[in-house]
Design a protein around this ligand. Structure first.
Ligand code: F6P
Length: 527
């Protein structure tokens, strides 16, 4: 294992802490909360409910140092081609003005142009065949969908322009159901695709062009690095917005890929979102490791995954408008660090990216939290909450937050057998029932969580939060020694789709027995 000593240095800490209940860690230190909480302005991160102590954290920081996280971060910031397998720089931070873009790439010019276009759409300067645009339809998938779609929901309170809609899936129902409520004469269609070749997006783009009817290309805009592809599709140059190969798809919501969002929330709020991300970038680039939020979150992830052996992480925002946040971070994290080969092409000898999943609280409490509290696997939780609501009933918000804190408390401290039995006895429950029910009603606790608390969900706060997670992924990828910026694992399925598609349309192909059988069944049932 590379940097064997730093990895090995974690082990005694793991041995010490694995068997220490979080209750004991809190009992031993009345200042634990103060010691393990960190902040950047109003963004507060409480790590006290993670199974760490000061020595373990120091060993983790040493691991970050010895695996060269800072050097790799600085190489990213200065535009080195750290995406080695694709020979590309990784400069999404340049989109928010945190680091310079490569010479000749006019980031500011494109930003001004697409935000200016967004304002023209919002102000009716550029309109549809039926008048001012009422709706904007984003066609894209993966990174060309998830970030802006997530942000458009998260910032619902800030939408005062045309309503944003997102079609990603090649399932025709997605397009049909979405446009059923839209008027093609007042809908702007934005085709987003870094490559402008993605099968699903191109299929949906063709549907959209046909749906627009006579308006067709005059109500189409596109965002891509493939300017020729956009022209070939019939989109006039003045409505094509470019970006660069140094922006990974899953890191592209800050580029013109955010156009639909910008149309919905306007230039100033879009810029505020960039500013929030920039604040996190500056912090990530300059804060000492021991106070650096993305570094600390990344290290906690390493601790959970490689020392404590937890294979999944739940991401639970107590914010209904963040109902697509886990989906976006899933792509950022799992497509980046779901790798088992190191940068040098050798197999990794340690676990890498965990499964990330999540839903907003309190809904998640009524679905999978049972497993989080009492299941046979421990799944650490990242909670996200805002102290102040952004609209909605303020009393509801207090109830929402109370639930959030209660869940973190229950996970960490649980309820012992004695406490469970005592509670039942206090309610007058018979001794036989107490004996029978106690094992089922006991909570083991000792289940770690991180609490991320901010003042309020605003465009600035959202930008800062997403950048925090982007950088966490970077830190973990650097420590694991993988390339977090390629995604070869999506290739094979794409390549196999073509012949199977042909077979479903009647061609004979040679394939495996199971696929052949299923093709036959589908052909037989195709109506
Ligand atoms: O499926 C993989 C992927 O390449 C993602 O990384 C990317 O975000 C998505 O497809 C969409 O790609 P494009 O923006 O080129 O259409």
């Amino acid at each position: 294992m590379a940097n064997e000593n730093a990895w090995a240095a974690l082990e005694p800490h793991g041995e010490r802490l694995r068997t220490q209940h979080l209750r004991a860690l809190f009992d031993a230190d009345p200042r634990r909360f103060d010691k393990f909480s960190f902040r950047l302005d109003d963004l507060f991160i409480d790590l006290s409910k993670e199974k760490i102590d000061a020595e373990a954290l120091n060993a983790l920081i040493a691991l970050a140092r010895e695996t060269g996280v800072e050097a790799r971060r600085d190489a990213m910031a200065t535009g080195e081609a750290i995406n080695e397998t694709e020979g590309r720089a990784v400069l999404h931070m340049a989109l928010r003005g945190s680091v310079p873009p490569p010479d000749g790439d006019d980031v500011q010019g494109v930003l001004d142009r697409f935000l200016g276009f967004a304002e023209d759409v919002r102000g009716g300067v550029f309109s549809g065949s039926g008048g001012a645009f009422t709706d904007v339809l984003n066609i894209g998938i993966g990174g060309s969908d998830l970030g802006p779609a997530m942000a458009a929901r998260a910032l619902h309170a800030d939408i005062d322009g045309p309503r944003p809609h997102f079609v990603s899936n090649v399932d025709g129902a997605h397009f049909a159901d979405t446009v059923a409520r839209l008027d093609p004469r007042t809908t702007l269609v934005v085709i987003c695709s870094k490559t402008f070749t993605t099968q699903e997006t191109m299929a949906n783009a063709r549907l959209a062009r046909a749906w627009l009817g006579t308006a067709n290309s005059s109500q189409l805009a596109a965002v891509s690095t493939n300017l020729e592809g956009c022209a070939g599709f019939g989109i006039p140059e003045e409505r094509v917005f470019g970006f660069w190969d140094w922006v990974g798809g899953r890191y592209s919501m800050w580029s013109a890929i955010g156009l639909s969002l910008a149309v919905a929330i306007g230039r100033d709020r879009f810029k505020a979102m960039l500013d929030g991300a920039k604040a996190m970038d500056q912090h990530f680039l300059t804060a000492p490791l021991a106070e650096n939020l993305p570094i600390l979150l990344g290290l906690i992830g390493i601790w959970r995954r490689n020392v404590l052996g937890y294979g999944a992480t739940a991401l639970i925002p107590y914010d209904q408008r963040l109902d697509r946040f886990a989906a976006h971070i899933q792509q950022v994290d799992m497509e980046s660090n779901g790798k088992s080969v190191a940068l040098d092409g050798m197999d990794l000898d340690h676990a890498s990216g965990p499964v990330i999943f999540g839903e907003p609280g309190t809904n998640a409490q009524h679905s999978f939290f049972q497993l989080l509290h009492q299941g046979s696997d421990v799944i650490p939780v990242d909670f996200i909450a805002s102290a102040s609501p952004n609209g909605g009933d303020p009393d509801h918000h207090q109830l929402l937050l109370a639930n959030c804190l209660a869940q973190a408390q229950a996970l960490a401290f649980g309820r012992t057998e004695d406490e469970t039995a005592a509670e039942m006895r206090a309610k007058g429950i018979s001794e036989s029932e107490v004996a029978e029910k106690t094992p089922h009603r006991t909570f083991p606790g000792d289940r770690p969580s991180t609490m991320i608390l901010q003042h309020q969900m605003t465009p600035y706060a959202l930008g800062r939060l997403v950048a925090l997670f982007e950088h966490r992924v970077f830190v973990q990828g650097a420590i694991w020694g993988v390339n977090s910026f390629d995604q070869w694992g999506v290739e094979l399925g794409k390549a196999l789709t073509g012949p199977i598609h042909d077979a479903l349309s009647g061609e004979d192909i040679k394939t495996d027995q199971s696929t052949q059988g299923l093709i036959g069944l589908i052909r037989g049932q195709h109506g």
